[in-house]
Write a protein that binds this ligand. Sequence first.
Ligand code: ADP
Ligand code: MG
Length: 244
Amino acid sequence: MFEAKNLKKIYPVKKGEDVLALKGVSITFPERGMVFILGKSGSGKSTLLHLLGGLDKPTEGEIVLDGKSSKDFRDHDWDEYRNRDVGFVFQEYNLLPEFTVRDNIAIALELQKKKPDKETVERILGRVELQGVSGRKPGELSGGQRQRVAIARALVKEPKIIFADEPTGALDAATGESVLQLLKSLSAEKLVIVVSHDREFAEKFGDRVIEIADGTIVSDSAQTPSEGGSAEDVPSGLEESEEA
Ligand code: ADP
Ligand code: MG
């Protein structure tokens, strides 16, 4: 299980007031599925993703994965967390431009200290439907294909969680949709956390949508409403039928 507990982040600013970017965010995530973190620009989405992914440390609070709290993490635990437990997909792809698609994946495997054998690379490329372009360099690919390489590179780690920060931000709507479709298919087996400002995408693809504004959660589709629904909705005559 993956949890965020009371995450706070203050960015010190040299001139002027410090920025309170996250004001104490707590979320319990499911084992798998696609969770969207939705919010406007500046609401704290990337800050939250960086803290969840171990790319930055909170000012206060902790993340807990499978019972292990980041409060007990030492440097090598953080390295292991980033290298093994989680994978990242960014808006700007961050691929190695001098290397082919195939080699971008092979290098990612080597960084995992895994053997970059042809079979594994081809299997992963197949998973993201890129076998046909595996000999090309990133500059010879469309935006959607580049993002699929980035997803493949995250997948080679076999991470428990994939984090995606505005993965469709640089793509046209149709291509963005296909990238989200791919992430959605991966979420059958792992937790996929997507940060986005696009409500339409969030509602279409998210199993759960958590909205943040000004560093705080303002709504969470997993939270059942505290009033309405319940008993009144049970058709009359069924309430006490199974007593034995
Ligand atoms: P989002 O991803 O939702 O657009 P961010 O998490 O990037 O929002 O930023 C949240 C707030 O924190 C914003 O007010 C932003 O200006 C501020 N912020 C982000 N990074 C820094 C930083 N390194 N130093 C100071 N302020 C920052
Ligand atoms: Mg952002």
